[in-house]
Design a binder for this molecule. Structure first.
Ligand SMILES: *[C@@H]1O[C@H](CO)[C@@H](O)[C@H](O)[C@H]1NC(C)=O
Ligand SMILES: *[C@@H]1O[C@H](CO)[C@@H](O)[C@H](O)[C@H]1NC(C)=O
Ligand SMILES: *[C@@H]1O[C@H](CO)[C@@H](O)[C@H](O)[C@H]1NC(C)=O
Ligand SMILES: *[C@@H]1O[C@H](CO)[C@@H](O)[C@H](O)[C@H]1NC(C)=O
Ligand SMILES: *[C@@H]1O[C@H](CO)[C@@H](O)[C@H](O)[C@H]1NC(C)=O
Ligand SMILES: [Zn+2]
Length: 483
């Protein structure tokens, strides 16, 4: 009887006109969820009319035409939600953060664009040293950063820090959530142990214990900052990590040899110092690239010719870097990717390409593409739904959406954020939070250990986690002065 009721409910619902926001048709007893949609972003394209996505026990059980749902019927205990008019996307995966800097406001723009990261980190070569200390409690800062990203549809992060719950931390076994099987993902800010400001040109005499081939090959993924800068010293870093014969003379302590780690399990973060030829090497080896255009533009005045990378077949993922020079959200990173590519290279990047960089490509970079990154049966139900406009490009509506457009954020089927219309889907300790002029229901207290409001009150004065529209003091994405 329930099954028949269900079928009638769905048939009736599909006859109603779609609206821009989701509507609950039936509140079920379980966490299972049947979403009706006409903007479901799948690897096989946008599923439009009469499509459904069924979430059972935290995973995607079915996505496709309503007729194919079959006798599983969506489950009698499932809630049924009509999301026609909205876009349903995999949760975003942010492959480059320094999440412990989430209580630090963006650097003021002093007009300087530098040659190498040590120039702003340490003030080398007469550039201005920028303040980079973690502000206050590191744990609070990490939680605050994860909240900011969850509030904008990001469900997984590689960011060098973690708190239990909230976003999945793909670089920490304890941060994976939902029993996700651990893999060795190593995230390294200083592969060449150059933290103290070592810059080389013509040899590889960096710090001791730099990454080498034998070490890198042991990892499921090695995601390292390589070539962050636009000068020969930045280019030199790639040579030292991709060419064994480049430097065969050891330094006094036996270190300082070039090596070759460039392989399918390696992703290069920034890679700004690489030449087009270097990227052909990256492509030939099946290595991947993490692109952070806003931070590139703000610090160095330019960014990658991503058209070349894509044309060469390189898997490129987007990452926000950090608040001081990067984007506060994945959507703002994508916006900068588009404007920078247009202004520097006179190329228009399609919204779909950017959306892939924030979803499936990112999952591939992290080595989690079998579990995350797309709406496919069997994968974890990490899903974000944005309210839409009826006739727009659905990829554009997903990747550029500001926080206030969030209808639902699910991590493993659990509701973390819901719009006011979706409030009845929430359970546990939830609270109302204003995202600009709309209210959302935020359900993070059980994982956070305090309410969002309590954390917000204790951090008063730090850069906000709720950022409707364009974030304040956002670092500029304009091409910089030539050096
Ligand atoms: C650090 O946090 C305090 C509030 O505790 C805030 O007033 C200050 O602006 C923050 N510093 C930066 C650089 O954002
Ligand atoms: C830094 O500035 C000083 C004083 O103007 C100058 O003598 C020196 O050559 C500069 N160093 C570099 C690396 O540009
Ligand atoms: C590697 O470095 C050697 C020595 O500098 C150079 O002769 C060779 O062309 C380089 N190989 C590649 C593939 O760049
Ligand atoms: C960017 O890459 C494209 C594709 O390889 C190439 O045609 C173009 O010349 C490059 N632009 C610059 C400025 O290097
Ligand atoms: C930019 O590209 C368009 C074609 O896509 C071309 O018509 C135009 O001349 C280009 N502008 C510049 C400044 O190269
Ligand atoms: Zn970084």
């Amino acid at each position: 009887m329930d099954r028949i009721y269900h079928a009638l409910l769905l048939a009736g619902a599909f006859l109603r006109p779609a609206s821009a926001e989701c509507r609950i048709l039936k509140r079920g007893l379980s966490r299972d969820l049947l979403l009706m949609g006409d903007g479901i972003l799948t690897p096989d394209g946008v599923f439009q009319r009469d499509s459904v996505l069924f979430i059972q026990s935290g995973r995607i059980a079915y996505v496709g035409d309503i007729c194919g749902l079959g006798t599983s019927g969506g489950g009698d205990d499932a809630s049924v939600v009509d999301c026609r008019g909205s876009v349903i996307s995999p949760g975003f995966i942010n492959t480059h953060e320094h999440i412990d800097f989430s209580t630090v406001a963006p650097f003021p723009d002093i007009g300087e664009r530098v040659g190498h990261r040590h120039d702003w980190r340490l003030g080398t070569r007469n550039f201005t040293m920028r303040e980079v200390a973690v502000n206050g409690s590191e744990i609070d800062a990490i939680a605050w950063g994860e909240l900011r990203h969850i509030f904008s549809g990001t469900t997984s992060i590689i960011g060098g820090g973690m708190v239990p719950g909230l976003a999945r931390n793909l670089d920490f076994t304890d941060g994976l959530e939902d029993g996700l099987e651990s893999r060795l993902v190593i995230y390294d800010t200083f592969p060449l142990k150059d933290r103290l400001g070592i810059m080389r040109n013509g040899d590889c005499d960096y710090g001791p214990n730099a990454i080498d081939r034998d070490t890198a090959t042991q990892y499921h993924r090695y995601i390292g900052h390589i070539g962050e800068g636009i000068d020969v010293e930045a280019a030199n870093e790639f040579i030292c990590l991709s060419n064994v014969t480049f430097d065969t003379t050891p330094a006094i302590d036996g270190s300082g040899l070039s090596t070759d780690i460039i392989a399918p399990n390696v992703a290069l973060v920034h890679a700004l110092g690489l030449s087009l030829h270097d990227f052909d090497v990256v492509a030939a080896r099946g290595a991947k690239v993490v692109w952070s255009p806003r931070s590139n533009m703000y610090l160095y005045g330019t960014t990658l010719n991503v058209t070349h990378l894509l044309g060469a077949g390189i898997t490129v993922a987007l990452g926000t870097d950090w608040l001081p020079s990067g984007s506060a959200t994945m959507g703002r990173e994508a916006a900068c990717a588009v404007s920078a590519t247009r202004e520097i290279y006179n190329v228009s990047l399609a919204a779909k390409v950017l959306w892939e960089m924030a979803t499936i490509n990112a999952a591939r970079v992290a080595g989690y593409e079998d579990e995350l990154g797309s709406l496919e049966a069997g994968k974890l139900a990490d899903i974000v739904i944005f309210s839409g406009e009826r006739d727009g490009d659905p990829y554009e509506q997903a990747i550029f959406a500001p926080q206030e457009k969030i209808e639902l954020v699910l991590r493993g089927g659990k509701v973390l954020v819901a719009s006011s219309g979706m409030k009845d889907l929430t359970s546990g300790s939830c609270e109302q939070v204003s995202f600009g002029n709309v209210d959302k229901t935020v359900c993070v207290a059980d994982e956070l250990g305090s309410s969002f409001r309590e954390l917000e009150a204790s951090l008063r004065g730090v850069y906000p986690a709720v950022l409707p529209g364009v974030p304040p003091y956002e670092p500029s994405c304009k091409p910089g002065i030539k050096l």
